[in-house]
Write a protein that binds this ligand. Sequence first.
Ligand SMILES: [Zn+2]
Length: 210
Amino acid sequence: MAGYFAVPGRGEYTHAFGGSTWRIVAPAGVTPLPTLIMSLDLRDPRLGLTRRVGVLPVCARLDGENLERQFYSFDEQKRTVAFEGPPWNVDVDPLDALPNPLPECWLDLRPVVSTEEMREEMPRNLIPDTFSGGGGFLRVSEPEWIEGPEPVECLGCGRHCEFAACVGSEEYTAPSGIVSASQSFFVGELATYYFCCFDCSRMVVVAQGT
Ligand SMILES: [Zn+2]
């Protein structure tokens, strides 16, 4: 079992890429604002999560400058995602900046097959390809760690968080079309990992680079 890629398409569940169905709240003066990357339909058992009702917002800063952990809480009733400070201010080249909100499309899940898995002996400079080859930069159920597993505890209750998703980059020069025909989903040579605590409605975003 190696998890699932989230790929464009409409399946039984209403997973989505991008859009603005959640309002992002961040400390005053923050630039750029974090972005909604995916909304995951928690009814889908393939996610492997303990909560099976509602929607989970997968959000992060996409300025590519940040390898620190990010923390946010979400409120499903109000459809808000609130990021914690301290505030940041990062200059992003307008040519490289991803649209915020990202264009919206449905996502379906497809199993990761064994030839798409990262193997121990792979040189590190090949690792980003495992997130981009064949549109595999969005992944759920099982993380594909670049630097190895990290323990992730909830800031609210201190318990272990559940893995929800990991997000890599498309190849810079090979857009799949999910963002646009001319721009790929490229956030640098890094991947972000999303961990949730449903008791506290909190998320921890872990970043690892190559
Ligand atoms: Zn918690």
